[in-house]
Write a protein that binds this ligand. Structure first.
Ligand code: GLA
Length: 373
């Protein structure tokens, strides 16, 4: 059943409209967003579709085609549980910002593979946020919407994420990646039409999610803030003399700083190569990003490392983990005629270790959040 039919069945009326917001893949610029740095994600073909109808009262009713039996009717948004905390958080933050957002009936239909690290939560937040902005005539700019959604995740869900995922979902453009300066929030769509070069980005979903992820994310953020404080800068983005900075730091703070500063440079290098039309050459930078995340930032895991190493061995131009880490997905830049070989090489490497096979998904840069009906 489609989302409109499910809406009618649940609430006995037609939705006022249907909105879609995508998940994202991050091409490069990992763990840089909360350091005021650079990121280069793109929106993926998978996302969340929300059918919504505003209500006169303040009640929010919410259900999902993927979560039968978990529908919630909330007079008090603080009561939201599980996945419903994301949209409930967005509504609460909108109201908190003084926006005239009342109740709503909401039906969700999502096709972002869950746990794959492709930002299904940002897609959920942005789809509902955009629906309410449109329905109440708020005219929120995409970046304002992204910030409200990030705030909802920070304050309501308790995940101290940066702005990247929500911005990619809200501002993504077909055939483009999104270059975002997370300090100024200035953004630019960068042409990223892989098919013209006979290339594709293959997502390798490891199927694992290591539970330590959330606590470790907050700890990495803390390491970075401590390092910035030691260096007397507002954020690691401000470090220009890397060698000098490293000589003043030790241990984790030193390693995290090395990653963040070099990763920002890698983003700029990728932008330069894309502008020059040297798309294949970005592969080496993807590889370097992965090694830095594995060794300096320490957010990889065996399943991601094996996916990356075996993809490259199978002929990928480059590969890296994408997103927060500790599981989820890797991405590989692969020539169209090498895809089968890359897949079999990765599958074999997993089978040799007795791991369940990963899932492969070709990810084309897709449009950002929009009203679809
Ligand atoms: C998660 C967060 C993002 C970003 C990445 C790492 O996806 O939600 O804000 O920090 O991790 O780059």
């Amino acid at each position: 059943m489609g989302v409109a039919g499910a809406f009618f069945q649940a609430y006995g009326e037609q939705p006022a409209g249907i909105w879609h917001a995508p998940g994202r893949v991050n091409l490069i610029g990992e763990h840089t967003d909360y350091n005021d740095g650079f990121v280069l994600p793109f929106a993926v073909p998978w996302g969340v579709t929300a059918a919504v109808r505003p209500r006169e009262d303040l009640t929010v009713r919410i259900a999902s085609l993927q979560m039968p039996g978990e529908e919630q009717a909330l007079d008090d948004l603080d009561r939201a549980e599980g996945w419903a905390r994301y949209p409930a958080g967005v509504i609460r933050v909108m109201r908190g910002a003084g926006l005239p957002v009342r109740g709503a009936d909401i039906m969700i239909d999502g096709d972002v593979p869950t746990g794959a690290g492709l930002s299904s939560s940002a897609a959920l937040e942005v789809s509902v946020g955009l629906a309410l902005s449109d329905l109440h005539g708020l005219g929120l700019e995409p970046m304002e919407l992204a910030r409200l959604c990030q705030k909802a995740e920070n304050e309501f869900v308790g995940m101290p994420c940066g702005i990247m995922d929500q911005a990619a979902s809200a501002l993504g453009r077909e055939g483009h990646a999104l270059f975002l300066d997370c300090r100024s929030l200035a953004s630019r769509a960068v042409p990223f039409d892989l098919s013209a070069y006979g290339l594709q980005i293959l997502v390798i979903d490891t199927g694992v999610h290591h539970e330590l992820a959330d606590g470790q994310y907050a700890r990495r953020r803390q390491d970075c803030e401590n390092a910035a404080k030691h260096l007397g800068v507002a954020s690691l983005r401000e470090v220009t003399d890397l060698a000098g900075a490293l000589s003043r730091l030790s241990g984790d703070e030193r390693a995290r700083t090395q990653h963040v500063v070099t990763e920002n440079h890698r983003v700029e290098a990728v932008i330069g190569l894309l502008r020059a039309g040297a798309v294949q050459e970005i592969g080496a930078l993807l590889n370097a990003s992965h090694l830095s995340l594995r060794d300096q930032y320490q957010v990889s895991c065996p399943e991601l490392d094996v996916a990356v190493e075996s993809a490259v061995r199978g002929g990928a131009r480059g590969a890296r983990m994408t997103g927060g880490g500790f599981g989820g997905s890797a991405i590989a830049l692969v020539a169209d005629d090498r895809v089968d070989r890359v897949r079999t090489t990765v599958e074999r490497a997993y089978a040799e270790r007795g791991w369940a096979p990963p899932t492969f998904l070709p990810a084309t840069p897709s449009p950002g959040a929009r009203r679809v009906h």
